[in-house]
Design a protein. Structure first.
Length: 387
């Protein structure tokens, strides 16, 4: 195999952040991901993010390597087409509210009759079952109930208000669990021939990510944040965010040998926070980073996301790839971050326009003729994007 998942086809009914990031990771490992959208498009096309060519920048970021078909599943003929595509697929992924796919006639009980070994990944906020399962969720909701928001806002000031995490990690973290679970289910199917239903939700995943704090509480019967608060106020601790001439750097200095190196470098008997502040205050981020990192102290310049594009290390690691969009524009996207010696992940295409591959998929998988496709377009059952 050139790509580890090149023999896997995924019907992707996901939208916004959580689901699309999951299926994009699988697409970058070679899976054929066919994104299924209604004729009016999924809500992720309109936000969050600025609109470029009428599409949210977030959609551009989270749907690389995917094909896109536009089908109205509320149209009987559209529903029939989707069911035929299920028979040709290995995985169905969706992140609608629990019960939505069942109302559309596309629940697991229906689809496993069509394809007994189908892997059906149901992604949601609170899970498919439980007292909160019917409640809506976003990343910040999962971050809040799992303890991440509280810790983010109170790490250095115990009396301060909680601050939401940046970066929608309450979506992207659970998406990694979902991708991992799908690959595990594929592995099980390889061995047994059995498909299965997977329930992955944001809240359970974020609780799992916060394992160190919850386990610490169970062991010491005290909030670990209070202990960390006292620790971070220790003036002898070389740890935290420090100001430099053009911004800030993050220092994590729990390496005694590095402290000894820096004592010698700066010709001081004790290397304290005050010494560090004085020595780096007139340096740039990169100057401070280089001198401290070369001394063995774990640290990094604090970037805004776009600044990482220009970092020489990330460029040397090939972490940025230029893609050409269907609108003939080009832009950079992050590369697949894991290096494989045999089956590398790869970015092969930009995020698709609505219905960009409808005709291609129906012709290739369902052997549908051009005349029939044109009839379905006129009936409103499908949409084909035209350049």
């Amino acid at each position: 195999m050139k790509k580890i998942l090149e023999d896997v086809r995924i019907l992707d009914f996901t939208h916004v952040w959580f689901g699309p990031y999951c299926t994009m990771m699988l697409a970058e490992l070679g899976a054929e991901v066919i994104k299924v959208e209604p004729p009016w498009g999924t809500i992720g096309r309109l936000g969050p993010g600025e609109l470029v060519n009428g599409v949210s920048t977030t959609f551009y970021a989270l749907n690389l390597n995917k094909k896109d078909i536009s089908i109205d599943v509320k149209n009987p003929e559209g529903l029939r087409i989707v069911k035929e595509l299920v028979k040709q697929s290995d995985v169905v992924a969706q992140n609608f509210a629990p019960g939505t796919m069942e109302k559309l006639g596309l629940g697991y009980d229906v689809l496993k009759e069509l394809k007994p070994d189908i892997i059906y990944a149901a992604l949601s906020g609170f899970g498919q079952e439980g007292p909160y399962s019917r409640y809506g969720s976003y990343a910040v909701v999962a971050e809040a109930i799992s303890g991440h928001t509280y810790a983010t806002g109170k790490q250095y000031d115990y009396e301060g208000p909680p601050i939401p995490m940046a970066g929608a990690l309450g979506d992207l973290g659970p998406a990694m669990y979902a991708a991992f679970a799908i690959v595990a289910a594929l592995r099980h199917r390889d061995k047994t021939g059995e498909g299965q239903w997977i329930d992955v939700n944001q809240v359970d995943s974020m609780v799992a990510f916060n394992c160190c704090s919850s386990v610490a509480y169970n062991l010491i019967k005290e909030s670990p944040i209070k202990r960390r608060q006292n620790r971070t106020r220790d003036p002898t601790l070389i740890w935290g965010v420090f100001k430099v001439k053009d911004g800030w750097i993050q220092v994590a200095g729990e390496r005694p040998r590095a402290i000894e190196n820096l004592k010698e470098l700066f010709d001081v008997e004790e290397f304290t926070q005050e010494v560090l502040i004085d020595k780096i205050k007139d340096m740039t981020r990169m100057e401070a980073f280089k001198i401290l990192a070369d001394g063995g102290l774990p640290c990094a310049p604090i970037y805004e996301a776009y600044e990482a594009i220009f970092d020489p290390h990330l460029q040397a690691r090939d972490m940025w790839v230029e893609v050409e969009h269907a609108t003939k524009t080009k832009h950079l996207v992050p590369n697949f971050p894991v290096k494989f010696s045999k089956t590398p992940g790869e970015i092969t295409s930009a995020s698709p326009m609505l219905g960009q591959h409808t005709s291609e998929v129906l012709k290739n998988l369902l052997k549908m003729e051009d005349e029939r496709i044109e009839e379905l377009i006129k009936e409103g059952a499908i949409v084909q994007w035209k350049d």
